[in-house]
Design a protein around this ligand. Sequence first.
Ligand SMILES: *[C@@H]1O[C@H](CO)[C@@H](O)[C@H](O)[C@H]1NC(C)=O
Ligand SMILES: *[C@@H]1O[C@H](CO)[C@@H](O)[C@H](O)[C@H]1NC(C)=O
Length: 373
Amino acid sequence: MQRVTVLLVILCATWQVASSVTSDGLLPNGNFEYGPKPSQIKGTVVTAKNAIPNWEISGYVEYIKSGHKQGDMLLVVPEGAFAVRLGNEASIKQKIKVIKGAFYSITFSAARTCAQEERLNISVSPNLEPKDWGMLPMQTMYSSNGWDSHAWGFQADADEIEISIHNPGTEEDPACGPLIDSVALKLLSTPKRTRVNLLKNGDFEEGPYVFPNTSWGVLIPPHIEDDHSPLPGWIIESLKAVKYIDIDHFSVPSGKRAIELVAGKESAIAQIVKTIPDKTYALTFSVGDANNACEGSMVVEAFAGRDTVQVPYTSKGKGGFKLAKLGFKATSTRTRVRFLSTFYTMKSDNSGSLCGPVIDNVKLLSVRNPGRM
Ligand SMILES: *[C@@H]1O[C@H](CO)[C@@H](O)[C@H](O)[C@H]1NC(C)=O
Ligand SMILES: *[C@@H]1O[C@H](CO)[C@@H](O)[C@H](O)[C@H]1NC(C)=O
């Protein structure tokens, strides 16, 4: 009997220990493949705080198997066979060992399951910043199958942090809430300006973790919901997200990653760069489409300080790109470089999901001989 108690104490103790994440990718049990014991689940509702290995839950959390039926909706899971659903006021948390002071990005996949507007509050503790959380809306879906991946960036203020995803909802049906699967972490490096580019991370190669098996990219939320951009060097302005796309699943003009401007004028990406007043600069970039059935006439607007250019691009939705350029004379020691999509575009696959032009390979250089521009 005593031995059993000792064993139980050891087991309980190991649950409290933070997982050590050494490489980028899924958190331990980040895709929820390890589930509750039969005694810790009632129907689909998880009944004990530590029932899901590596996680601590609170509130109305359901453990869902892929293929589970809800009314006439079939719930499918992107990674593995299981996911969790966060009902009213439900949360999942995990402690992780990290490098104090380093920048990280969390990526997770979520699907809305009810008609209501759903939101998730993602937070990290401890955190010395005034705002250590982000409220990510789940209502605007950009992918064709209902699942989207979301990124959120933060700076680690301790060697051990706790990541929490919380559904603040208070719906009539307590089971209403988003499904969550595949929670991953990535250590972000800090890109530098180079001799061939005054902009940082102009090719968007550094950014949030992208799940190798998901084909819908990663949404990067606007700056107001995330003080630390998961897209180093860049600020996501305005109110809506942009999409981070990878070459394994999309057409990308240069390198392995690019940005799809999915929210028309409602979202822009920007970077503030040091410039010398009266000097002439050339901003060059690629405009294309992601080979994701996003067809039609598109326009990307680029700004550099007070100068602007509109770049039209006709997409057949099959991939491709063109090069564009904006020459300008700096008027200040700092110039804001900014890109947005003039129009909204919807995919031609009847999914009703938003899409847009792709930008990539953004370079800024000073021009020695402006006469040649
Ligand atoms: C990802 O896809 C590959 C190939 O289809 C498969 O072997 C692998 O198990 C998948 N990984 C996960 C985590 O689902
Ligand atoms: C989000 O969660 C954090 C951490 O629990 C909390 O401090 C914050 O108030 C929450 N935000 C909202 C809008 O509920």
